[in-house]
Design a protein. Structure first.
Length: 217
């Protein structure tokens, strides 16, 4: 009945419930799953800049500040990618055990915004993955482009390559999902979902009959 189910995960009990239901449905219908996790690397940049005034004098020149910002951005992004990747590891093992095909997906941005964009239009921001093994990255949406922006220089110091904002992204997935499987409950976040599934597999028409919206209060 469902060809592709989109499942955002954070390894909470609520997330595990959604994973179980998605695997259950895909085992019956022969469908596949896109397992998603969103990380927010850019949010750390603001805090780092607030701390720059406390750096030692040798790091206070404009050239050094620019260099340190690049290194910080790459290291934070790399670290968050590794953490986000680990969120999908258990999901991957469960899908493999159940014989359900899984595409792993990392998006960069604010979680509920990127989830809404991805579900409605397949337009979530797919990042170029830093330092991932190309074979492993091949299992990701957009994983064909792997970056190695953080390197160790000849003097033993970390260096980061120059790049513009566009180089950090490989575009959007362009996917069209049949169903969103998500269960969220938090005292800090209120999700308001308006969900309509797509037409069943084999139908001549495949279009959303509604849109997903999410509000955070």
């Amino acid at each position: 009945m469902y060809r592709e189910i989109f499942v955002p995960v954070d390894n909470s009990q609520h997330s595990d419930w959604a994973v179980d239901r998605a695997i259950e449905m895909c085992r019956k219908s022969g469908g596949r799953i896109t397992g998603n996790h969103v990380y927010a690397a850019r949010l750390h940049d603001v805090r780092f800049r607030q701390l720059e005034t406390g750096l030692p004098a040798q790091f206070q020149t404009p050239e050094e500040i620019k260099k340190q910002r690049k290194i910080h951005d790459k290291l934070i992004e790399k670290g968050l990618q590794l953490i986000a990747d680990s969120f999908l590891d258990q999901f991957g093992k469960r899908c493999e055990a159940a014989g359900v095909a899984l595409t792993r997906q990392l998006l960069e941005g604010i979680n509920y915004e990127e989830i809404v964009h991805e579900v409605n239009r397949g337009a979530g921001r797919l990042p170029g993955l830093i330092g991932f093994d190309p074979n492993r990255a091949a299992g990701y949406d957009g994983g064909g482009k792997v970056r190695s922006d953080v390197k160790l220089g000849e003097n033993g110091r970390l260096v980061a390559e120059d790049e513009d904002a566009a180089a950090r992204l490989v575009g959007s997935s362009g996917r069209q999902y049949d169903l969103l499987a998500c269960y969220a409950a938090s005292r800090k976040t209120c999700w308001s979902f308006a969900i309509s599934s797509r037409s069943p597999a084999g139908a001549s028409s495949c279009a959303w009959t509604g849109r997903l919206t999410a509000t955070k209060r």
